[in-house]
Design a protein around this ligand. Structure first.
Ligand SMILES: [Zn+2]
Length: 139
């Protein structure tokens, strides 16, 4: 991104980025938006299913809003795909990945690796649509 000014963090800017880079990962988005997107919040589907950590409250709220308004949605990643994408993009969570979630959930937090797409859903198998609402909380 060189000497270009950092983009302003807004839902429109997030949607534009994901439009330009379908399948954007969290580290990819956070590299783009820089410091304003980084912070002490985590995003999760449930307490035991973490999708990302280290986001700012405003960034988490924008992503929540994007999902709620059907402008953004998530795709789940397989284990190998998740490692390749997140290593290439410069970060992954150091926690076990969720595979087959036991009935009643995990005792310890597990990582559900995801990437972002625009719109409210599509026809691919790993599309989580907007049902996978991301909750955020301070860690
Ligand atoms: Zn989709």
């Amino acid at each position: 991104m060189g000497d270009l000014p950092a983009p302003v963090l807004s839902l429109d800017a997030v949607v534009e980025l994901v439009e330009a880079r379908p399948g954007a990962s969290f580290p990819e988005m956070q590299q783009y938006f820089g410091k304003p997107s980084q912070g002490e919040y985590s995003m999760s589907m449930r307490d035991d299913l973490i999708i990302w950590v280290g986001v700012s409250e405003p960034f988490a709220e924008l992503l929540d809003q994007g999902i709620n308004e059907g402008r953004l949605h998530l795709h789940g990643l397989g284990q190998t795909e998740a490692m390749l994408i997140h290593l290439a993009d410069g970060g992954f969570l150091r926690m076990p990945m969720a595979k087959r979630v036991p009935p009643g959930g995990y005792k310890k937090p597990h990582w559900v690796p995801v990437v972002w797409y625009v719109g409210s859903g599509c026809a691919v198998k790993n599309c989580l649509g907007v049902d996978a609402v991301a909750r955020s909380k301070k860690t």
